[in-house]
Ligand binder design. Sequence first.
Ligand SMILES: [Zn+2]
Length: 194
Amino acid sequence: MLSTLVRILFGVDMTLGCFNYVAWSWIAGQRFSAWFLFLSIFSTHFPDADMIPYLFLRRRYRLVSHWVIGHHPLLLLPFVALASFVVAKILMPDRVSYTVALITSGVLLHFLHDGVSSLGFPWLSPFSQTRFRFRSGKPIVVPQAETEQWMSYWKTRERSAADEIAGRAAPVTISQFLFSGAGVLALIVFVIDL
Ligand SMILES: [Zn+2]
């Protein structure tokens, strides 16, 4: 439990949330707000909320990945942009574009992070399940055989719910730790307005 918390706290998505917040607040000339910082960090984690239905449905449907609802970029990005636009229009009419930019780019950063995995990422999902990985900035199609290989490997493994959560987040590395430090530093610099 504690190690899972540490992994989330020093996770790449957490740091991306900090950088995303500082960048957009600086561009939009916004002062520090814990609420918008929370929104940014929430958005860089948001697609992984599909872990919840996955944990309930994985046995029944023999699912091998939690990427069931949240990991369809072509569906989720327009949805998030539209939903944050509507909600911001009602709740924060003076900060609509800032809110939409903050949340949509937060979700995009999450996908980019998922996309650096060697397994690749289905950028055109739900319209195509072809996976792409980036090599020196260029998208390369991951061969179908490779995808099938790791899928059948996952199918053979029985995992508890705890394994699912803890096992998927990689242990915290030194570079991840330094990256976290840089995120916190950016946040501090922004808050004290250097
Ligand atoms: Zn994800």
